[in-house]
Structures are given as structure tokens and as C-alpha cells.
Write a protein that binds this ligand. Structure first.
Ligand code: GLN
Length: 467
């Protein structure tokens, strides 16, 4: 009830597309009954969680923030949603995003942009020289990052304890960093994608957003594991872990990729990155410079591979099976075309177009195959670094702090998406590394050690940066 009333109080954040109040209260009551009867409880019993609106939920509208899926009610739960419910979690609502998770601001969905809760913090208000309250309309509010901005804002504003996001190029980590919460992109293959409406099948991973690292570990323990409904999940048994209460980083070797010092890295972020490295060093870790020479190509390759997979994935939205169907009745062909024109925003349509271009017979080798080959080189950079004795890499998550919405929308859509994922995308490119026997524990090493650029949160969270 407390979470539900907080959702109402923070409505202006636009974090939720659907609030599942009745379901939540019923599930919470059932949980309370289990507790009173002394029955065994699940790992998340009674805990309110939110789910990004690109995961299927039985009987609950699932829109992907797109006109195409508005009104679509799936007949089944995504595996991850089912796993949360099986452990007693209370589903409090479906969160806002960029249309079909394409974006990095949570500004490009049909339900409007998500606002960063920190826009209303005293510190930020003072910085802006304003004293407005939560309800005030103004132009200085900050974006959440994206595309899982609704989930990040939901966790950050305390309306739930954990939320699911998705991560194809940084969509969980980016908004987590911007909203000052923990964001975890599990290794590809560790968590089932069944019921996650795909963006780029070969890179998508369900992501976890929580208030602290321990909570992320608990949720990962609930979600991880082989799923017969997703053939890309790994068969090896997953041992849920408990994080140690005493943290010893003394034996860790931490790599700082030298290529990550790039133009556009804000001085604030650089300062926090150096500070985190110093903290590790002072705590006894060995901090060394490493090289990931092909990472700089990850964004261009991503654009080719993403568009190609999008062109193929989006073919299913033809107005026949799901969601929107145009009234156009001249011919079947024109109904398809009108449905897709009315249903998708220009970002989605642009990717479908360029994806089909990259896949043309005369372009296939030049773009698609070439990008696949470079993808392998990007992944090999990680293999080389991790097999040279480096345990974790420490990098910023984003180039800069969250920017005001008015500034963000002035920037060119394509460049900003490229810029914003520069530190996060390469991990998704390396999705298939779990198959390489030589890199053990990559699922841990692959966790990007997140940096929280918001000064007020840092000291406490630094204590929790461990892998
Ligand atoms: N920003 C990237 C894109 O627009 C990645 C999005 C994501 O991770 N879902 O595609």
C-alpha cells in the first residue's frame, strides 16, 4: 500500500505505464497469509517489484510503449516474470520505456518521457536556483537515461524494491547510472529471454535494477538458470551466491581500459572514475592499464547488426496477430503498410529500413558479414584481457551525468544513441563468450562495475562496488 501511494504521489515521473493495483494487493494479501500461517516463503515473498513493459505478462497489457502493441494482452508470462511470482514477488506495475527499447533516454515512447526523480532533489534544485515542488511543470527536469528509464525511476523513487529492465546495448546500466541505482546486465545465456519482446535477439538480456548490490544478487539468484523455452540459456547449473559481509578486494586485479578515455567524457565522470580506482588501490587491489583496441568499433557494428535483426524481428507486426491494425482496406499489402506506418515511430521505421538495406544481396557481405567479423574481434579483446590475469574492468557507465530533457531532445537522435552506449555496448557484442571454455567466471567478470556519478550517493555505494 505504501508503494502504491508513492506511485500516486510521484505520478509526474511517468515511470509506470500500467499500475496493477488490484493484482498487487491480492498478491500481497496472499503473501501475508503465508507468513501468518508459518508457511515456507519464497526469496521475494511480499516484495513489490516492477517489470519493464516489454516483458509479457498474463492478462496485463504489454505495449512496448508503441501504438503497435497498445491494447495487446499476452496470454503468457515471460519466464523471468513467472520466476519472480513463483518466489512470492508482488507485481506492482509495468514500467515506461523507449518504443521497443530503442533509445537511451526513455524519451521516445508513446506515453511520453520519463522524468528523473533526482530532478526534484534539493541539491539539483539549488543548482538550478529553483525551489519548485514535485508537481511543478518546468523545463529543467532531467532525463532518466534509457531505455529502461521507467524501471530506474521506479526503483529510485522507492515505489518498488526491484525492477526488471532489458539490456541490448546498455539499456539497464545507463538509466541505473543516471538515476543512482544499481543496474546489472547478466551474462547472455544466464537468464531466459522467453517472453522478452526482442530487440536484437543475439544481444538482448533481461536486466535487474535494485537499490543495492545485495538485492541485485538475490534477484539474479531467482532469475538465473536454464530455460527449455530459450535455447540460448546455458545448461550448466547456476549456484546462487550470497555476497560476503566483509569485502576483500586485496586479491583483485582491476583493469582500466586506456581506450575509454575518449572525447566527450565529462570531467565529473572522469573524476569519479579516478576516485573509484584510487579507492580500490587503497583497499589493496592491483589497478593496471589494459587495452581493448576494438571497442571503438562496437557502436558502428551495433547499428548494422541491430538494424538487421530489427528488420527481421519486426516482420511479425503485420496487423494480423497482435495489437494495432489499420482501417486501410484497399488490399492486404496496403493494410500491412498502413499498419506499420501508423504503429511504429520513426526510430523503429528507420531501423527497419536500414536493416533491410544492410541485408540486400549486394550489401550483405559488405555490412552484415563485416560487422559480424568485427564483433568477434571486439569479443576477443575481452578474452585477451581476462586471460591475462585481470579480474574485472572498471569503467564509467555513461560519458556524462543525466542531462535536462530540453537539451537531450535537441541532440540528433542517431548520434546521441551512439554516444550514450559507448562504454556499455561492447559487453552485449560479446554475448557468445560464455561458450568459450577459456574464460571462466565471465558471468561475474562481465558485470560492468558501475560508477555512480552523483556525488551525494557515491561514498555509500563505493563500499558496495564488488563483484
Ligand atoms: N541505445 C541502444 C539502442 O537504441 C540500446 C538500447 C537497449 O539496450 N535496449 O538500440
Amino acid at each position: 500500500q505504501r508503494c502504491l501511494s508513492l506511485i500516486k504521489a510521484t505520478k509526474c515521473l511517468n515511470a509506470y505505464i500500467t499500475v496493477t493495483e488490484d493484482t498487487a494487493l491480492r498478491q500481497a494479501e496472499e503473501s501475508e497469509k503465508r507468513y501468518r500461517r508459518g508457511q515456507s516463503l519464497g526469496d521475494l515473498d511480499g516484495i513489490p517489484v516492477a517489470v519493464k513493459d516489454n516483458f509479457s505478462t498474463t492478462g496485463i497489457e504489454t505495449t512496448c510503449a508503441s501504438n503497435m502493441l497498445k491494447g495487446y494482452i499476452p496470454p503468457y508470462n515471460a519466464t523471468v516474470v513467472q520466476k519472480l511470482l513463483d518466489q512470492g514477488a508482488v507485481l506492482i506495475g509495468k514500467t515506461n520505456l523507449d518504443e521497443f527499447a530503442m533509445g537511451s533516454g526513455s524519451t521516445d515512447g508513446i506515453f511520453g518521457p520519463v522524468r528523473n526523480p533526482w530532478s526534484y532533489s534539493k541539491q539539483y534544485r539549488e543548482k538550478c536556483g529553483q525551489n519548485s515542488h514535485l508537481e511543478n511543470e518546468d523545463s529543467s527536469w532531467l532525463i532518466t537515461g534509457g531505455s529502461s528509464g521507467g524501471s530506474a525511476a521506479a526503483v529510485s523513487s522507492f515505489t518498488c524494491f526491484a525492477a526488471l529492465g532489458s539490456d541490448t546495448g546498455g539499456s539497464t546500466r545507463n538509466p541505473a547510472a543516471h538515476c543512482g541505482v544499481v543496474g546489472l546486465k547478466p551474462t547472455y545465456g544466464l537468464v531466459s529471454r522467453h517472453g522478452l519482446i526482442p530487440l536484437v535477439n543475439s544481444m538482448d538480456v533481461p536486466g535487474i535494477l535494485t537499490r543495492c548490490v545485495d538485492d541485485a544478487a538475490t534477484v539474479l539468484g531467482v532469475l538465473a538458470g536454464h530455460d527449455p523455452k530459450d535455447s540460448t540459456t546455458v545448461q550448466d547449473p547456476f549456484n546462487p551466491f550470497k555476497l560476503p559481509s566483509v569485502i576483500d578486494v586485496g586479491k583483485l586485479c582491476i583493469g582500466i581500459p586506456k581506450e575509454y578515455h575518449i572525447p566527450g567524457l565529462s570531467s565529473e565522470t572522469l573524476k569519479v572514475w579516478s576516485k573509484a580506482a584510487d579507492l580500490f588501490e587503497n583497499a589493496g587491489a592491483r589497478v593496471i592499464e589494459v587495452s581493448l583496441p576494438h571497442t571503438c568499433y562496437s557502436i558502428v557494428c551495433y547499428h548494422v547488426l541491430c538494424a538487421a535483426e530489427v528488420a527481421s524481428n519486426m516482420a511479425r507486426f503485420d496487423g494480423l496477430e497482435y495489437g494495432h491494425r489499420s482501417n486501410m482496406d484497399k488490399s492486404t499489402e496496403s493494410m500491412y503498410a498502413a499498419t506499420r506506418r501508423e504503429g511504429f515511430n520513426d526510430v523503429v521505421r528507420g531501423r527497419i529500413l536500414s536493416g533491410n538495406y544492410f541485408l540486400l544481396k549486394q550489401n550483405y557481405e559488405k555490412y552484415f558479414i563485416k560487422a559480424q567479423k568485427v564483433r568477434r574481434l571486439i569479443a576477443n579483446d575481452f578474452v585477451n584481457v581476462f586471460s591475462s590475469g585481470v579480474d574485472v574492468l572498471l569503467t564509467p557507465t555513461t560519458l556524462r551525468d543525466a542531462v535536462p530533457y530540453v537539451e537531450f531532445i535537441k541532440e540528433d537522435n542517431r548520434t546521441r544513441s551512439a554516444q550514450d552506449d559507448i562504454f556499455t555496448q561492447a559487453a552485449n557484442m560479446s554475448a557468445f563468450l560464455h561458450n568459450l571454455g577459456g574464460v571462466r567466471n565471465l558471468c561475474l567478470k562481465n558485470i560492468q562495475v558501475l560508477l555512480y556519478s552523483r556525488q551525494s550517493l557515491t561514498s555509500d555505494l563505493y563500499k558496495k562496488i564488488y563483484v
